[in-house]
Design a protein around this ligand. Structure first.
Ligand SMILES: [Fe+2]
Ligand SMILES: [Fe+2]
Length: 188
């Protein structure tokens, strides 16, 4: 795997300034949550840093890259192209940044739509993506407070936030997000 300085340098070149700052924010927040809830801090660091590594490319370029990698996208992902950067990002993290740890790759793959059986690391990256310091939406402060109390509730509320946003914006819902919601709500 590339070392953290090499990863950071490359991300700085490939992501715009705003997204680079966001990625650093997710990384810091993910490490904080990992320490707090007993997840692996190094894995949280790498997954947080790289979670949006494919997002510097525009959608047509992302689709080309998927074809180059032979990465098949499900029909639900194709309905909502902004989601593509998550599975593509996991593949890029593996092939171009040398990440071999499947837990890190899964956390990157699931950071946008969630999925069934989310691990603690998956939940941390998903939640950190939602609450990192440069995020600014109605309700983000509340989510940040919940994240200091309980990661499962913070993840559940983050999924709800995402569902409500997509519905309000007339955007499709990926079934993996519904799996996350249904699993989280069933243990409430
Ligand atoms: Fe993302
Ligand atoms: Fe992100």
């Amino acid at each position: 795997m590339k070392n953290p300085e090499q990863i950071t340098e490359r991300l700085k070149d490939s992501l715009g300034k705003k997204r680079f700052i966001h990625s650093m924010g997710v990384c810091d927040t993910a490490v904080h949550l990992a320490r707090k809830y007993g997840a692996d801090e190094e894995k949280a660091y790498t997954a947080g840093l790289l979670h949006d590594c494919a997002k510097g490319m525009k959608i047509p370029e992302q689709l080309e890259k998927c074809a180059e990698y032979g990465l098949e996208l499900d029909k639900h992902t194709m309905l909502c192209p902004p989601v593509i950067h998550a599975p593509l990002g996991a593949e890029m993290a593996k092939r171009e940044y040398g990440v071999t740890d499947e837990e890190i790759l899964d956390a990157i793959r699931r950071h946008t739509v969630g999925g069934s059986g989310m691990t603690l690391l998956d939940k941390i990256i998903y939640t950190a993506d939602m609450i990192e310091p440069s995020r600014d939406f109605d309700g983000v402060e509340r989510l940040r407070e919940i994240a200091e109390q309980d990661i499962d509730t913070a993840f559940f509320e983050s999924v709800k936030q995402s569902l409500i946003f997509n519905i309000t914006e007339n955007k499709p819902i990926h079934p993996d997000t519904l799996d996350s919601y249904n699993e989280a709500v069933s243990v409430k």
